[in-house]
Ligand binder design. Structure first.
Ligand SMILES: CCCCC/C=C\C/C=C\C/C=C/C(=O)SCCNC(=O)CCNC(=O)[C@H](O)C(C)(C)COP(=O)(O)OP(=O)(O)OC[C@H]1O[C@@H](n2cnc3c(N)ncnc32)[C@H](O)[C@@H]1OP(=O)(O)O
Length: 297
């Protein structure tokens, strides 16, 4: 079933990819340039995402590099999903570390400029891209670790929550949380469910009702993040943690190909990617039912 989801997401993405190649003003796929580095490393970079793959460990580092704040624009989200899809299809890649190249910022969340003054068609496409980013990250068959080296409000927090494990810089100036309520908007229920799965009902309830942004120490206390480390150790700790996670026997332990047979989360029967382009109710259209998440780490 998860394979079905992957296929449908793949074709949806490929369609968008094709459009991007033809229409994007910013280059899109054309600027994803592979190059070989020493020691079995390879890298590909677009305008907003850098992917570095270490073929000897199976660990990829996906670095967001879209100044000033890594906001999640349509172009950013499209490049992000394409990068993740490529890693998903790479049998050699077993784990992805998500981090930021920008000082002090992991991601500022959805790009505010995408949300005002745009056509219904653009809004629909944008919102679909937000959903696709979440589906790809949360439903990934790879181990995903967020190396949170800066502030991460709203959609930035969602990205981190969609990973298997969260390591944050212990800088008290950095904050993280689903603060949508403070902005006068309601976090969609699949944002809420992702938060509930991480911190539990009561903390999620308070966080969402008050639109709380947690400092790094408070984020650790509430369980929003799993570990705080000094800022210059975030990435190296993420690599060490990934190595530990990858040492856990996977599905290959029973003789099947770990990257083909199943995903950690079987989302397929319960998730519907619908055409949002003509719907003012698009924000609540992802039919995510949390108790279908059976095998999530
Ligand atoms: C269209 C159909 C879909 C409609 C969907 C509607 C609702 C969905 C419901 C809920 C989901 C929403 C999820 C979201 O993610 S909403 C976005 C929420 N994000 C924020 O509130 C973050 C706001 N930003 C900050 O808090 C700070 O900027 C920061 C990230 C902590 C960084 O602070 P710092 O002091 O370092 O920088 P500045 O504040 O000076 O910002 C620098 C620069 O960046 C611009 N910017 C900041 N955030 C965003 C953003 N989210 N999108 C676009 N641009 C952003 C800011 O304006 C500054 O620009 P300038 O040109 O002035 O330099």
């Amino acid at each position: 079933m998860a394979t079905l989801l992957k296929h449908s997401a793949k074709y949806a993405l490929s369609g968008r990819l094709a459009r991007l190649c033809v229409h994007s003003r910013h280059g899109g796929l054309q600027c994803l340039q592979p190059c070989l580095l020493p020691h079995q490393r390879s890298a590909s970079t677009g305008s907003k995402i850098l992917v570095e793959m270490d073929n000897s460990t199976g660990i990829a580092v996906l670095t967001m590099k879209s100044p000033p704040v890594n906001s999640l624009s349509l172009d950013f989200l499209t490049e992000f999903s394409i990068s993740l899809e490529k890693l998903e299809l790479d049998r050699g890649c077993r784990g992805v570390i998500l981090t930021s190249a920008l000082p002090k910022i992991f991601s500022a969340g959805l790009d505010i400029m995408e949300m005002c003054g745009k056509s219904p068609e653009h809004c629909g496409e944008f919102w679909k891209a937000v959903q696709e980013m979440w589906l790809r990250l949360y439903g990934s068959s790879m181990i995903t670790i967020a190396a949170i080296n800066g502030s991460s409000p709203a959609g930035g927090c969602l990205m981190a929550l969609a990973c298997d494990y969260r390591i944050m810089a212990e800088n008290p100036k950095y904050s993280i949380g689903l603060n949508e309520t403070q902005l006068g908007i309601v976090a969609p229920f699949w944002f809420k469910d992702t938060l509930v799965n991480t911190v539990g009902n009561r903390v999620a309830e308070l966080s969402l009702q008050l639109g709380l942004l947690y400092s790094a120490p408070d984020a650790l206390r509430t369980g929003l993040v799993d570990l705080l480390v000094p800022e210059d150790k975030v990435l190296s700790t993420a690599s060490q943690t990934m190595t530990q996670w990858l040492a856990i026997p996977g599905e290959n332990a029973i003789g099947s190909n770990p990257r083909v047979s199943s995903s950690k989360v079987d989302l397929t029967p319960k998730v519907h990617m619908v055409d949002l382009s003509h719907s003012s109710e698009s924000m609540c259209s992802l039919n995510w039912i949390p108790w279908t998440c059976s095998n999530r780490a």
